[in-house]
Write a protein that binds this ligand. Structure first.
Ligand SMILES: C[S@@+](CC[C@H](N)C(=O)[O-])C[C@H]1O[C@@H](n2cnc3c(N)ncnc32)[C@H](O)[C@@H]1O
Length: 178
């Protein structure tokens, strides 16, 4: 592993999560706080990023954030998942302690403002440097019902369901829900 690829942050997240223990384990399982309040975060672009770069994000319901786990120190080949069971190979987990400390979260895009995006459903700490943003595109990114290896096994043993499904059927535009 000798090649090095330089990245610079294009934005920094301002979130209510100051400590690792405060943040949810995945962006897609955050709906709000225990009080029912919806948690919003603000992603502030660096000054020298041209606004044209993010202009056409409006209209996308979700975006991918590719970010640096800047508060992680070091990594291990195997980690103990918070859901229990034995240690797992780090690359078969979403652990923040990775050979390259890169995170990937699909978050809800609430609004595009001059110099910032308003987001919901973040699992990133306050101050997290974001390296790239891509639109979440269901036809390319969603594979409902895909097998999830050891996570499926633990879910089956514990009678739980990790895969977040739709909260309610969506009404088709201009029509009635089934
Ligand atoms: C399990 S990871 C999943 C992150 C992302 N959804 C992924 O799959 O790459 C989420 C946890 O990472 C930790 N975390 C979030 N932002 C971080 C940061 N900037 N540095 C270090 N740890 C962070 C928090 O403890 C959070 O609960």
């Amino acid at each position: 592993m000798s090649e090095v690829f330089a990245c610079r942050p294009i934005a920094y997240l301002r979130s209510p999560y100051a400590q690792r223990i405060d943040a949810p384990h995945q962006s897609t399982v955050v709906q709000g706080t225990q009080s029912g309040e919806v948690v919003e975060a603000r992603l502030e672009f660096v000054d020298d990023l041209a606004p044209e770069a993010y202009a056409d994000l409006a209209g996308f319901e979700r975006i991918w954030l590719i970010f640096a786990f800047h508060r992680s120190q070091g990594w291990k080949a195997q980690v103990k998942p918070p859901r229990g069971g034995p240690k797992r190979g780090v690359l078969a987990t979403r652990s923040p302690h990775r050979p390259n400390p890169l995170g990937l979260s699909a978050v809800e895009l609430v609004a595009v403002e001059p110099g910032a995006l308003i987001l919901r459903g973040v699992d990133l700490l306050d101050g997290t440097p974001v390296l790239d943003i891509k639109p979440y595109v269901p036809y390319a990114d969603a594979f409902a019902g895909s097998r999830a290896g050891w996570i499926d096994e633990i879910d089956a043993a514990q009678g739980r369901q990790s895969a977040p499904g739709p909260k309610r059927p969506r009404k088709p535009v201009g029509g009635q829900a089934d």
